[in-house]
Design a binder for this molecule. Structure first.
Ligand SMILES: O=C(O)CCC(=O)C(=O)O
Length: 258
């Protein structure tokens, strides 16, 4: 009972926290999961990482950034429950201020030892989606600074009107190099939310434990499909015509009222 009372839910999320997210473009939610959920989801995640094919992100001259299982929510009931978690997705809807559906989920592992730094980037140019999107990044093990937690550039999600968004944000907005960055270590079961236009990165894993997390992207429920030649995720979109909404079971509606 005491533990349940400590868990952050859509109902206990404060107006100040919502305001902070909209100002800074990210928010740290401590204790998004119960201890039982952490145990169950971590065991399932380790099983998936052992058994399934992984996509590897290697950077020339910088080694392996991380690897991940794509669509883990389609591979086990536990990962589907986590990707569609009513508490986490209910908070996401409150932060976004609109109904959402899931765009994609990835089960991430930053290797131990040697998973290298995740470069500074923004997500939005990679998504063939109209309108707003945000990511919930749920830690399934403790992620101190030394294990490669994320850093965010608060306020960088507000791109000047008409400016093209580029994956490397310093290309179009070199001044962002001089903006403060906030580094956010997470305990297992904590979660961060970040706006798809926010500049962010993660450190290297210097510990002897792999960093394991689930990163799920949610989009405006009314978002439509806008493919563009350079978007890596457009190959994963099936059964949706350009200009049409993502109105299929592959992109389920989420939130605490679903
Ligand atoms: O997990 C990481 O190192 C980076 C994750 C990230 O960039 C994202 O979820 O948008």
């Amino acid at each position: 009972m005491t533990e349940l009372m400590n868990i952050t839910t859509p109902q206990t999320l404060s107006a100040a926290a919502i305001q902070q997210y909209r100002r800074d473009g990210y928010l740290h939610i401590p204790r998004a999961l119960s201890q039982d959920e952490i145990r169950e989801f971590l065991a399932d995640a380790q099983d998936q990482l052992d058994r399934h094919e992984k996509i590897s992100w290697d950077e020339e001259g910088n080694g392996n950034v991380m690897d991940w299982v794509a669509e883990p929510e389609a591979k086990s009931a536990a990962m589907r429950r986590l990707a569609l978690h009513p508490g986490i997705t209910g908070i996401a809807e409150k932060l976004a201020g609109q109904p959402l559906r899931m765009f994609k989920s990835e089960l991430l592992r930053k290797r131990s030892p040697g998973g290298t730094r995740t470069p500074l980037h923004i997500d939005a140019p990679a998504f063939p989606v109209s309108g707003a999107a945000l990511t919930a990044w749920v830690a399934l093990v403790d992620v101190p600074v030394e294990r490669g937690c994320m850093s965010f550039v608060p306020g960088s999600q507000d791109w000047p009107q008409g400016m093209d968004l580029s994956f490397d944000p310093f290309e179009s907005r070199p001044e962002l190099q001089w903006w403060p960055r906030v580094t956010v270590p997470l305990r297992a079961g904590d979660c961060t939310f970040h706006d798809a236009r926010l500049v962010h990165m993660a450190g290297a894993n210097e510990t002897d434990t792999a960093r394991i997390s689930l990163a799920t992207v949610y989009m405006d429920a009314a978002a439509t499909y806008h493919p563009d030649a350079d978007q890596p995720y457009q190959d994963e979109v099936n059964g949706i015509e350009p200009g049409q909404p993502f109105d299929t079971d592959r992109y389920p509606r989420v939130g605490s009222s679903i």
